[in-house]
Design a protein around this ligand. Sequence first.
Ligand code: 5GP
Length: 124
Amino acid sequence: MIALNKNRHSFTENDTIFGKILRKEIPADIVYEDEKAIAFHDVAPRAKIHVLIIPKQHMTCLRCMEPADGELMAHLLSVINKVADKLGVTEKGFRVVTNAGEHGGQTVPHLHFHLMAGEELHDF
Ligand code: 5GP
């Protein structure tokens, strides 16, 4: 169960699977990277295109963002749009989802946005 706590871990102490991807300890199919964010294909895609966009700064979930994270949030949203452009899905459209906590269905305790596209998405 993922608690919606506001604890943050440093780059090296981020013990989540995404922390390992960020440190390049385990491989990922990376589609975009800059100094604050990274995007990579989901290992178990639930749409023809399914990419995860995450901040390099660890925070557990959307609920764990502070007002001071406003600039980072704006950056992440711009990265989502850049990734959508790069994947060529902007014209047909895409869906962005973030899960928070147990009832949200979150399984990895590092904030991430799912970008799903490449086909018509029905269930929500
Ligand atoms: P959540 O359920 O927390 O919203 O989403 C976590 C996502 O991370 C899931 O869609 C899951 O398939 C993906 N995921 C889990 N482990 C790995 C991994 O090692 N590599 C990649 N690329 N995706 C992962």
